[in-house]
Design a protein around this ligand. Structure first.
Ligand SMILES: *Cc1c(COP(=O)(O)O)cnc(C)c1O
Length: 356
């Protein structure tokens, strides 16, 4: 039995080990100078005035919503195909997440639907994800006075139209969960040009010496995490290039016309970062493909889990994405042999299904 090809594998070397060891030896483990250094680096990279580090991507979303004044009874537009963290961040304020359907190509929130929601209802904010690394059409989503949060948990490093990650909307949000583009174990950040938003998040991440209002959690990032993220940032261009090389090989190898009625591979767009290589199955469910691949030693995944209550508004594209989208292994350390094994197993499954 050959070794399993995992769905994710972390990328790190001596630099990450040294960075953490230095922080351990410094005796400063909690939020301190490394977090400050990371905030300066993130603000510089993304071209915004403020980067505020917090405990997670979910904390970043929650505090960004708080900074925008979201309160009980408000509604917030979120992509219908999205990580449950978005819904949780909205619900934390007593507000209602309103799932909006996504486009059928990259599964990003549909701008036209956001605009019609803004005309019909009174959403207080919109969260847009750069899904799997493809920039959402943030400029088209901004409508009237509904602020937009750009969730860059997948889309770190995108420079669209010369503007840096997270700088295209009122607020940008990052996650440094271990398997994201840049890992720190856990962690997140809020990016913004707004002084009041940055001030709110900076204050709200801590509860010390503040009145009890039920919203102050412990949302701080620590220096151990920040030193890991700083070391990972040094590798970002190299990691993005390595991911691109893996994606190009998939695009080449899976573009087999024999299988075009069985699956759809993502179109290559220059502006994207390859966080995930997501294939839309056309005839077999994603669940069945993941199980089949597992039997062949390949860990694939259904990358997003449906969180929507049964009385949610219709979102047929998202419904299909939850059922049919499979994420294949894509990371800088995926070897060519491993990738060949993935392609062979995937095509073999498709062949079997075609004859079934
Ligand atoms: C992972 C993720 C989050 C949450 O980040 P955590 O750091 O795990 O809390 C939010 N949004 C998207 C799109 C994500 O992929």
């Amino acid at each position: 039995m050959p070794k399993l090809v995992p769905h994710n594998r972390l990328t790190f070397g001596e630099a990450e080990c040294d960075a953490v060891m230095r922080t351990v030896r410094s005796g400063q483990w909690a939020q301190g100078p490394r977090v400050q250094e990371l905030e300066a680096a993130l603000a510089r990279m993304s071209g915004v005035r403020h980067a505020v580090c917090v405990a997670s991507g979910l904390a970043a979303l929650r505090l960004a919503l708080g900074a925008l004044g979201i309160r009980s009874g408000d509604s917030v537009l979120v992509p219908a195909y999205s990580c449950v963290a978005l819904a949780n961040s909205v619900l934390a304020w007593g507000a209602a997440p309103v799932p909006v359907d996504v486009d059928g190509t990259h599964w990003n929130i549909e701008p036209a639907l956001c605009r019609s929601h803004a005309e019909r209802g009174r959403p207080r904010a919109t969260i847009a994800i750069n899904n799997f690394g493809v920039p959402a059409a943030v400029e088209e989503i901004v409508s009237g006075d509904v602020p937009v949060i750009e969730d860059c948990a997948h889309g770190f490093g995108i420079k669209k139209g010369g503007r840096g990650l997270g700088s295209r909307a009122q607020v940008g949000v990052l996650s440094f969960y271990a398997t994201k583009l840049i890992g720190g174990g856990e962690g997140g950040a809020v990016l913004t040009n707004s002084d009041p938003i940055a001030h709110f998040v900076r204050s709200a991440r801590d509860y010390t010496d503040q009145p009890a209002d039920g919203h102050r959690m412990n949302d701080k990032m620590n220096d151990l995490e920040a030193s890991l993220v700083l070391a990972q940032l040094e590798r970002l261009p190299e990691m993005i290039a390595a991911r691109e090389a893996v994606a190009s090989r998939y695009l080449e190898r899976l573009a087999d016309p024999r299988f075009q009625r069985l699956y759809r591979i993502p179109p290559n767009t220059k502006e994207r970062v390859w966080y995930r290589f997501a294939v839309e199955m056309l005839t077999t469910s994603a669940e069945k493909v993941v199980l089949g691949l597992e039997g062949l030693g390949i860990h694939a995944a259904t990358p997003v889990t449906d969180w929507r209550p049964s009385d949610s508004p219709a979102a047929p594209v998202a419904d299909r994405a939850y059922r049919m989208v499979v994420s294949l292994p894509l990371y800088p350390t995926l070897t060519e042999d491993e990738q060949d094994a993935v392609v062979v197993a995937f095509l073999r499954l498709c062949e079997e299904n075609a004859h079934a």
